[in-house]
Design a protein around this ligand. Structure first.
Ligand code: ATP
Length: 360
């Protein structure tokens, strides 16, 4: 059974902004689930509506089978960590962590025992007497997590939990967060606009645009087979090559190369159809030896080399525009030389009207 079941969820703000548009979503028990998308797509609204901090205009939210759509936040059994951590500045770390238990009127001894346990789990024991202002960003984030944890919520909601940390700390905190979630196995939904963070952490990702989910899948699925050009352009640290082409004689003519259209989709993209070919730089191999363009290789002149650390991004200026290829460190070609980008089998994705048709 899904732990979170959302059907037809719509949120229209008083000004008329439709932040969520008839959205359906199932999150499984114990899942680490990411809501990913550009600014304004409705991620935070969805999280706050699950938490009960916003009321749904329409639709239902069920948590562990019970309809909570009209319940106040305190009766939903969710713990939420906000982007700014929202710690109480005038009380120390341990009192901050114990706060939810005070609200629940737990006995004092019990409160401190459980707060200490949570502090221990997050490596905060030496810091428990300090006030939030005396902590680093990463430590504050851990206090906020411990405070959400201590109430043992059924569901954990995290709004951009790592966004206040600098790049280095962010990577460390990311690993720690993953470790914690694996250890606790609590159903967790987190919001991020950082695709790398979603790919690294989540069991599954919902990629959102304008209040809707454009694709839902595992990190591998959304990376390898983006369902549409929106997701294709959004996912990936190095952007996917997106090359416009046309189908002729059952092949796509694109950037000087010819790619045969697989038999099973010839009816869907007949001759004359305009398509976009998407291929990730990671799924192209660079070759200095002239490859046969009829075999689907993209030729061009090496124009730019960018070092990524461990690998390099090579830009080939070809007939249909630039094509980028990732090459291993040490095997970069010389700028100005001719080269070929050879796609690995099944790695060129064909999009018609922005939607994925097949891989070639
Ligand atoms: P970000 O990554 O920038 O936080 P988001 O994807 O979390 O963005 P939301 O904050 O959910 O997006 O906002 C979705 C839409 O709803 C946006 O167009 C936003 O301007 C609008 N919105 C959000 N909160 C309110 C509000 N309280 N009143 C009116 N409109 C709002």
């Amino acid at each position: 059974m899904a732990d979170i079941t959302i059907r037809g969820l719509t949120k229209v703000y008083p000004g008329g902004v439709r932040a969520l548009d008839a959205l359906d979503l199932d999150v499984a028990e114990g899942e680490f689930f990411a809501l990913l998308g550009p600014s304004g797509c409705g991620k935070t609204t969805l999280l706050r509506t699950i938490a009960g901090l916003e009321t749904a205009t329409d639709g239902t939210i069920r948590l562990a089978g019970s309809d909570v759509t009209r319940l106040p936040p305190g009766r939903r059994d969710v713990g939420m960590v906000f982007q700014d951590y929202a710690l109480f500045p005038h009380i120390n770390v341990l009192d901050n962590i114990a706060y939810p238990l005070r609200v629940k009127r737990a006995a004092r001894a019990d409160r401190y025992r459980r707060a200490k346990d949570a502090a221990g789990l997050l490596g905060l024991l030496g810091l428990d007497g300090r006030r939030p202002a005396e902590l680093s960003g990463g430590q504050q984030q851990r206090v906020a997590l411990a405070r959400a944890l201590v109430a043992e919520p059924r569901i954990f909601l995290l709004d951009e939990p790592l966004s206040n940390l600098d790049a280095r700390l962010r990577l460390e905190a990311r690993t720690q967060l993953k470790r914690l979630q694996l250890h606790l196995g609590v159903t967790t939904v987190f919001v991020t606009h950082d695709q790398a963070e979603a790919l690294a952490l989540a069991d599954r990702i919902a990629v959102m645009e304008a209040g809707r989910i454009r694709q839902l899948g595992t990190p591998v699925e959304v990376f390898r087979r983006p369902a549409n050009l929106f997701v294709a352009a959004f996912i990936g640290s190095t952007p996917m090559n997106l090359l416009p082409g046309t189908v002729r004689d059952a092949s796509v003519t694109v950037a000087g190369a010819r790619l045969p259209v697989p038999d099973d989709v010839r009816g869907e993209i007949p001759d004359g159809t305009d398509v976009v070919c998407g291929v990730r730089p990671e799924y192209l191999d660079f070759s200095e030896v002239p490859a046969d363009p009829a075999g689907g290789a993209f030729g061009g002149t090496v124009s730019v080399i960018e070092h990524l650390g461990g690998s390099s991004l090579v830009t080939l200026d070809g007939e249909g525009g630039p094509v980028r290829v990732v090459v291993a460190e040490g095997s970069e070609p010389e700028p100005g030389t001719e080269g070929w980008a050879v796609p690995r089998p099944g790695r060129v994705l064909l999009y018609r009207d922005g939607e994925l048709v097949t891989a070639a």
